[in-house]
Design a binder for this molecule. Sequence first.
Ligand code: ATP
Ligand code: MG
Length: 561
Amino acid sequence: MQPTPETGTWKDYGRVGIYLRPYRYRLAFVVLVSLFATALGLAQPYFSKLLIDRALLRKDWVWLCWVAGFMFGSAILGFLLNILASYQYVRISAAMLFDMRLELFRHLESMSPRFFAKWRLGDLVSRLNNDIGEVQRVSADSLLSILSNVVFLFGSAGLMWWLSPRLFLLSVLFVPLSLWTFQRYQKRLMSQTQTLRERSADLGSFFVETLIGTRLVATSNALDHETERFRFRNNAFVETLLRLQLTSFLMGAMPGSILTASSAAVFLYGGWLIFEDRITIGTLVAFMAYHARLLSPIQTLMGLSSSLAAARVSLKRIFEILDTPPEIAEKPGALPLDRIASGLRFHNVCLRHDREPVLDGVSFEVPVGAFCVILGSSGAGKSTIANLMVRLLDVDSGRVTVDGIDVRDLRLADLRREVVLIDQDPYLLNATIAENVAYPNPKAGRLDIERAGSEAGLDELIARLPHGYDTKAGERGLALSAGERQRIALARGLLRKPSVLILDEPTSALDPATEAVVVHHLRKVLDGTTVVIITHRPALAEIASHVITVTAGKTATVTVA
Ligand SMILES: Nc1ncnc2c1ncn2[C@@H]1O[C@H](COP(=O)(O)OP(=O)(O)OP(=O)(O)O)[C@@H](O)[C@H]1O
Ligand SMILES: [Mg+2]
């Protein structure tokens, strides 16, 4: 899915306020400290006026010592307060950004398989990593700095006016011109930032896709082709980066140069005012100090404004995900579910993705204690049925009920504790076999893990492995064979002892002999458990008490053996 071309709105900053709320008191403290430090900074040039006019020109030792002491003391105090404020501020912003990243992470984890079929993984990772990182960087660097710079700017302007209104008017004459040039670059910068983010997500997606697909790339002799695709994407990225760099440079340099010109004008006019005895030397020195400092907050604020623009783009990309509601959500006041007593039922269930319906009026029942087999040709909708049973998908119409209660009214965690699905293509973590088996039950004891492994037909494999259950499964379980991965996933399901165990093609990768061992064990250990097995294998169909056939006509017929 491609992000929409707009670059976010100021409203997105408003939404950040929700994340700031829990930290408002600590933030208020930081702001106060920072304001105080800024006020101390503002006093510095005024001290130099006193130094010249009161102490130096009158050769007054006492004044000299006092002013020098004050200058030193206030500079040190301001410095310490600034450190305190920045340190606290970074802590708060890090905590806040953690909350935001956590929400995004939890949100993504709750999305349905449909969502992940649509979105590019690399793009999602880039939003979770880079975009939140960008918001964190900008908020850590910028917000406090904006505040102190704004205060500094207005404070300096006020003091300059007080020192000499005419000089002040001259010195700000150029400000509107530089703001206007700045404004012109701002828009361009925003859209270039957006493009850069997209290009970077493009590169990320490319890597994720081709690294997961290395086997396909190798066996298709596609490395040269992929290298070309990489080069093309990289060039597009670099080109946008260079354009963005140029815009940022112009944006920083142009208004700065215009403002520097005003310094020269102030010197000329200020010098003339001194010659005419209209102001003192101390006044011009203090004024020039304020004026020099006036440039820096204006320039900083302009720079910050471009950082903020970049962060706005990132915020938009973050909120775009957060605003995509999860298809599967628990209702408020959802009902608890204990062991399943009567069974699982499909009532006239219809489901379509974005094409023709996959399931069109499917009804059947899996009574408790049944050993039920679902048969059907490839693409008939068998895995879809399994997904509906554990609410990885929800029906478009009709109902799926457990003990007569619609699954959408049940607590999700309860449903997924009592109805467990072992996937057709199970996912293993890069951890030991024992950790993989115990993933849903982290507190399981070693004996239970080994028993479940044994029931899933793992004994022979474990005996062969040098570290037994402590052998690593490799990234996504790739250090094991497909049949071995299936049996580990089966052990994972058996360890959970659910009311209903759904196995999606659990033996598709097993040889007939290993399959016979597994089936033998399954019959024994699953006696009393409700089992739903999706399979193309006759060996499993033979031992079933109920056979559900999903036909191309999208209806299910149930045969009781
Ligand atoms: N996210 C999706 N978007 C669009 N169509 C989908 C999506 N997921 C599945 N389908 C389609 O739904 C249909 C049923 O898929 P399902 O995985 O349930 O089939 P199956 O019966 O399990 O097949 P197999 O025996 O090959 O595993 C297929 O035609 C598939 O192309
Ligand atoms: Mg399937």
